[in-house]
Design a protein around this ligand. Structure first.
Ligand code: BDP
Length: 677
């Protein structure tokens, strides 16, 4: 068979189909061998996918001598130990895709079709099993149809207090299955107790039914005070017998409707949400109570470590303080969901010190696909590089990388906050689709490189022209660093607007607001210098002590600390000299202006692609880059002019805006409207 023989160079721009628009067509036929009943829904999806590719697909019960181009075997009795979701592809004539379950075969078929689309030669023998058992999207969608931190329209699941999913939800399911995502939490972690009402659950069943054929399980984020708020009980104390009974009955009700329901995601005692600590209990008491109700049904609890309810002190240290004493106290169907960094999805953070530290507790990472702190769906910011930086970082716990500390557990999982919405193209920007794709691919195989994933995505979504593919990948690979440079270089963080997290607002002062919601809490600019002293010296918060040696010593010393994190851990004088011979002030100038220069370069490079990418995508990226450039300049000028009021040192670039204009920009109508989109 000729591989990739019918691949057009320029792919059609149907971005509403995500990375699945450009199906090649093969003239051969395919046999699907299975002893399962024809009614198996996943097998029906497999047939449908194959039928789009092959001229004909035959469903056969036993191997016949009639040879097809591709044969799919679903055989429970195979001895390859492929597991519930693994598959094997053998290149011979014909090509065989072997799995023990329909789900495994589904992933095998998607892998095969991807290779066909990419024009990759099928390896002689390829065995794949997913790295994580649970590969899951967290939607921050509210029953009223709004999306917390959503920049692509309204909710794809809810409207007006009810389930109302996108009519093309199959595209969502296909896209997820094609990269191996097998779970979805459809509602916001700031959970509305209403999601557990019987009426809502009946409707959520319809979502589960639509996703099940694609091997995607539904999970719910739940509000810890549901027994009181929804059930009318006097308390939601996790050790109260009536409360335990209430959850038990609720869980049983869910499983009657949705037999393969995945479980709960819980944000408790964080940012004002209720939790077990309201009743003098611990996170473990709360999580285990729910876990016991779910256990007989094989459900799990993902309990979040994003606890943010500071009593003063350094917010970056809180999760570690709250969770370390509970190490070993969680049931085996509980997993602690930890954000990649210790604060909150910033353009760059060190990894959360909880990874690897809890030796007897199952942990999982939570990433953020939606660009809450990264320019919304307006800035080109490929996150594959950021996630790999986090995942591959040595934790110095038992010689493991950060992500390896979450493997080799009885239960393993990997999650990210989704960037979907009702906009036709799902993500509000074609380039933002790449981050959804990258998350799925990394959840399946954390060893893939950021560039390899970018390349796959570009070739399936934008173009197969080799030069153009490389050019676009170059832009993507540099994009996150550019954003970090013009927003928060050198370990700065949380300089964004105090509630919308959008533009630069290092100056913001909201009378009555909590100090740790204000940017100045994080940057601590003063006459002397800039940065948060988290070292063990000079009155620092000593957050460094939460890291394993040699990281502790390294982060504790500004000369040893990686420069890109230095202001995370240190408050340095404006004229502080780094090893590279530059002062802090000069370095800030160079990074802030360098980020802007990089966007200008992206624009020039993008212009060179005219004609080699579909016109609609060309125009979309062209106009978004213009917005990005303007906002990059705004960020650079706002931050540097503000810092200058403390440093009194000269800028080494010519700003586009004055400080007053930067402040005013936040309130101009065009900007406010964009932010609402
Ligand atoms: C922050 C968001 C906030 C979320 C919170 C969380 O600003 O909207 O509710 O994280 O993860 O990033 O719970």
């Amino acid at each position: 068979m000729l591989i990739g023989m019918l691949l057009p160079m320029l792919v059609a721009a149907q971005t509403d189909q995500l990375w699945l628009a450009n199906q090649p067509k093969e003239s051969g036929w395919c046999n699907l061998y299975s002893d399962l009943s024809k009614k198996d829904l996943t097998e029906q999806v497999i047939e449908k996918e194959l039928a789009q590719y092959f001229a004909s697909v035959n469903r056969v019960k036993v191997a016949s001598d009639k040879v097809a181009n591709v044969r799919i075997f679903i055989d429970k009795d195979k001895t390859d130990h492929l597991g519930a979701e693994g598959f094997k592809i053998r290149r011979a004539y014909p090509i065989d895709i072997v799995a023990e379950t329909p789900a495994g075969a589904l992933y095998g078929v998607y892998a095969y079709l991807r290779m066909m689309r990419l024009g990759v030669e099928i390896p002689e023998s390829l065995v794949e099993r997913p790295a994580f058992q649970v590969r899951i999207l967290n939607h921050w969608d509210n029953p009223d149809g709004s999306v917390e931190r959503g920049y692509a329209g309204r909710s794809i699941w809810f409207a007006d207090g009810k389930i109302n999913f996108r009519s093309d939800i199959e595209t969502y399911a296909r896209a997820n299955a094609s990269v191996g995502i097998n779970g979805t939490v459809i509602d916001n972690v700031n959970a509305d107790p209403k999601v557990l009402s019987s009426e809502m659950l009946n409707d959520i069943k319809t979502v589960a039914d639509r996703l099940r054929p694609y091997n995607i399980k539904v999970y719910l984020a739940v509000n810890f005070s549901s027994p009181a708020a929804l059930g009318g009980l006097k308390t939601s104390d996790p050790l109260d017998k009536d409360v335990i009974d209430w959850w038990q009955k609720k869980v049983d009700e869910i499983y009657t409707l949705i037999p393969d329901f995945g479980g709960f995601l819980v944000k408790a005692n964080s940012e004002g949400l209720p939790g077990p600590m309201d009743f003098g209990r611990t996170h473990a008491d709360g999580a285990n109570m729910l876990a016991k109700a779910l256990k007989p049904h094989n459900g799990i609890v993902m309990w979040r470590a994003f606890v943010y309810n500071p009593q003063g002190g350094d917010r970056a240290k809180q999760a570690y303080y709250e969770f370390m004493p509970l190490d070993g106290k969680f049931d085996d169907n509980v997993i602690i969901q930890i954000k990649n960094g210790p604060v909150d999805f910033q353009p760059r953070e060190p990894f959360s010190p909880l990874f690897g530290a809890m030796k007897n507790t199952q942990t999982m990472a939570e990433l953020q696909i939606t660009q809450e702190y990264l320019g919304y769906s307006d800035h080109l910011c490929y996150l594959g590089t950021m996630w790999k930086e986090f995942m591959d970082y040595p934790s110095f716990h038992d010689g493991k990388s950060v992500i390896e500390t979450t493997l080799n557990q009885k239960l393993t999982a990997f999650s990210a906050v989704a960037n979907t919405g009702t906009m036709k193209n799902w993500c509000g920007y074609v380039m933002a689709q790449s981050n959804w794709y990258a998350f799925g691919r990394l959840a399946w195989n954390p060893n893939l490189s950021a560039r390899a994933i970018a390349k796959e995505w570009v070739m399936q979504t934008i173009t197969k022209d080799e030069k153009a593919v490389n050019t676009i990948c170059d832009i993507m690979m540099q994009s996150r660093e550019a954003v970090t440079d013009y927003m928060t270089p050198l370990g700065l963080h949380h300089l964004m607007g105090w509630s919308d997290h959008w533009g630069p607002e290092p100056w913001t002062d909201i009378p009555g607001a909590r100090e740790d919601w204000l940017p100045r809490y994080y940057h601590k600019a003063d006459k002397i210098g800039l940065g948060f002293n988290r070292s063990s010296k000079n009155g620092g918060s000593n957050a460094v002590e939460q890291y394993q040696e040699p990281l502790r010593t390294m982060y504790d010393d500004p000369q040893l600390c990686p420069k890109e994190l230095v202001l995370w851990f240190h408050h340095l004088p404006w004229d502080y000299y780094f090893n590279d011979g530059k002062t802090l002030w000069q370095s800030l100038n160079d990074h802030y202006n360098g980020g802007v220069e990089q966007v200008i370069k992206f624009q020039k490079t993008w212009q060179s692609l005219k004609g080699s990418v579909p016109e609609s995508i060309f125009k979309e990226v062209e106009s978004k880059l213009q917005v990005q450039l303007d906002e990059a300049q705004w960020w650079r000028d706002g931050c540097m002019l503000y810092f200058q009021t403390f440093s009194n040192m000269p800028l080494s670039f010519t700003p586009k805006y004055t400080l007053e204009q930067c402040k005013a920009k936040l309130r101009t109508k065009a900007y406010v409207d964009r932010q609402k989109d």
